[in-house]
Ligand binder design. Structure first.
Ligand code: PMP
Length: 430
C-alpha cells in the first residue's frame, strides 16, 4: 500500500483535527541513529524526533536490549498495584537528579497526564483552582491542561475546570516589552506578574506552571534569571512553581540538565515525558515529598511506570548520562546556532534564531520586516524534506522552524543539516 493510499484511509477513519506534516505525509518504517526511512525508501536526517520521542536516537542496542530483556520475562505489565523494581530504581534516579529536596516521583504515560497530575497536586495542596501560566504556553491535550495552554490553536476547548490567568515572559520576540535589555525585560515581566496577581486573581493562586523554554510555542528562550525573579513574588504569596520540563529536560538545553536550572531556582515540582522513553510512552511528576503526598485518596495509573517503559527509560537515562550527551548538545547547539545566525544575517526572511543546546527555533518573517510568515515556514518544511531533512514547525503563528535532533548527533550531521537548511532558505527566499 502506498503512502497516498494510507493517507486516504487515515483521513476516512481518524479525526480531521489530527494534524499531519507535509503535503504528502510520510510513513516511517525503519530508523537507525539519527536517520529514518519512509515506506517509499527515502531516507531523512531527523532533526525533530529528538524532542518528540527519540531523545538520543533510533535503534540503540543498550536500550533495545534492556527492553527486550523485560519482554523476555513475559511481563509486559501486570498491575501498578504490585511492586515494580525498575520503577523504584528509576524514581530514585530522577528524585536525585531533580535537586528537589525529599522528592517523590509519580509515573504517567504522557506529558499531558504529568501536567494534569501536577495541577491536581498543586490545586489540592493550596485548596485553590486558580493557576497562572505564560502566554503562548503549551501543556497538553486533556481538559485541565488545555485550559491552561496559552495558545488558542492548541486549546480545543475553553470549558476548563481550572481558572487561569496569563502572564508575559514566554515569547520575548513578540512580547510588548521584548526588546528591552535582559534586566529591564525581567523587571517588566515581574511587574506584570504582580499586576496580574492583584487584578485578576484573589491572591490564593495554587501555582505558576511554565516551560523554561516554550516548545510548541516556538522554542522561545527567556533571559536567565526570569524565573528567579518570578519565584520571589510567588513565594510572597505561597504560590508553587511547576516547571514543565517535557521538552527541556534530560540535558537537551546543553548547559543544564533541567531547563529551569538556567534560572538558579528549584521548583516545587517538575513534569517530564517525551525524551525519557526514547520512543516508549512514559511521563511523570517529580515533586517535593509533602506536595506529592498531599493527596489522601488512592491514585494509581494503570500503565504509568510499567516494567517495559521503566526498563527502557532507565537504559535511556544511563546512556545519556554515561556518554555526556548533555555536553554534546551544548557543543553542537552552539555550532548550529552560530551557523543559523550567519544564515539569518544573509536572508531577511529569517527574523530570529534562538535556542539553547539542541532546541533551536528559526522564526520566519515577511521579507525585511517582522510580520510572521507561515507560508515561508510551510515552504521551508517542504524544501528541507525534499533535500532529506525532517524539521518541526511551531509558534503561535505556525512560522517557526523547530530543530531538535537526537542528542547523539554528530558534527558531520550538524553540518549536513546546515547545508540543507541553507539551500532550502535560498530557494524559499528566491
Ligand atoms: N508539555 C509540553 C511542554 C509539551 O511540549 C507537550 C507535548 N507537546 C506536553 C506537555 C504534552 O505531552 P504529551 O503529548 O506527551 O501528552
Amino acid at each position: 500500500m502506498s503512502e497516498a493510499e494510507l493517507l486516504a484511509r487515515h483521513r476516512a477513519v481518524l479525526p480531521q483535527w489530527l494534524a499531519l506534516y507535509y503535503d504528502e505525509p510520510i510513513e516511517i518504517v525503519r530508523a537507525q541513529g539519527r536517520r529514518v526511512t519512509d515506506a517509499e525508501g527515502n531516507t531523512y536526517l531527523d532533526f525533530f524526533a529528538g524532542i518528540l520521542t527519540n531523545a538520543i536516537g533510533y535503534d540503540i542496542a543498550e536500550i533495545s536490549d534492556a527492553i527486550r530483556a523485560q519482554l523476555d520475562t513475559g511481563v509486559l505489565h501486570t498491575s501498578t498495584l504490585y511492586l515494580i523494581r525498575r520503577q523504584v530504581e528509576l524514581a530514585e534516579r530522577i528524585a536525585e537528579l531533580s535537586g528537589i529536596p525529599e522528592a517523590k516521583v509519580f509515573f504517567t504515560n504522557s506529558g499531558t497526564e504529568a501536567n494534569e497530575t501536577a495541577l491536581m497536586l498543586a490545586t489540592q495542596y493550596r485548596r485553590s483552582n486558580q493557576v497562572l501560566a505564560l502566554r503562548n504556553s503549551y501543556h497538553g491535550r486533556a481538559f485541565g491542561t488545555i485550559g491552561i495552554t496559552g495558545n488558542r490553536g492548541w486549546a480545543a476547548s475553553s470549558l476548563s475546570p481550572v481558572k487561569v490567568s496569563y502572564v508575559h515572559g514566554g515569547y520575548r520576540y513578540r512580547d510588548p516589552f521584548g526588546s528591552l535589555p535582559d534586566a529591564d525585560y525581567i523587571k517588566a515581566c515581574t511587574d506584570d506578574l504582580r499586576d496580574v496577581l492583584q487584578t485578576t486573581t484573589a491572591g490564593d493562586v495554587a501555582a505558576l506552571i511554565a516551560e523554561p523554554i516554550q516548545g510548541v510555542g516556538g522554542f522561545n528562550v527567556p533571559p536567565d534569571g526570569l524565573f528567579a525573579a518570578f519565584k520571589e513574588v510567588l513565594d510572597s504569596y505561597g504560590i508553587l512553581l511547576i516547571s514543565d520540563e517535557v521538552q527541556t529536560g534530560w540535558g537537551r538545553t546543553g548547559e543544564h540538565f533541567w531547563g529551569i536550572q538556567a534560572h538558579g531556582v528549584t521548583p516545587d515540582a517538575m513534569t517530564f515525558a517525551k525524551g525519557l522513553g526514547n520512543g516508549l510512552a512514559i511521563g511523570g511528576v517529580v515533586a517535593r515529598g509533602d506536595l506529592m503526598d498531599c493527596l489522601t485518596a488512592n491514585s494509581i495509573s494503570t500503565f504509568g511506570g510499567n516494567p517495559v517503559a521503566t526498563a527502557g527509560a532507565k537504559a535511556t537515562l544511563d546512556y545519556l548520562l554515561d556518554r555526556d550527551l548533555q555536553g554534546n548538545a551544548e557543543k553542537l547547539g552552539h555550532h548550529l546556532i552560530a551557523g543559523l545566525r550567519d544564515l539569518g544575517e544573509r536572508y531577511d526572511i529569517i527574523g530570529d534564531v534562538r535556542g539553547k543546546g539542541l532546541m533551536i527555533g528559526v522564526e520566519l518573517v515577511e521579507s525585511g520586516g517582522k510580520d510572521p510568515s507561515p507560508p515561508n515556514a510551510a515552504a521551508l518544511l517542504e524544501e528541507t524534506k525534499a533535500r532529506g531533512l525532517l524539521v518541526g514547525k511551531g509558534g503561535l503563528h505556525g512560522n517557526v522552524l523547530r530543530l531538535a535532533p537526537p542528542m547523539t548527533l554528530t558534527g558531520e550531521e550538524a553540518d549536513e543539516a546546515l547545508e540543507i537548511l541553507e539551500a532550502s532558505v535560498a530557494e524559499v527566499a528566491r
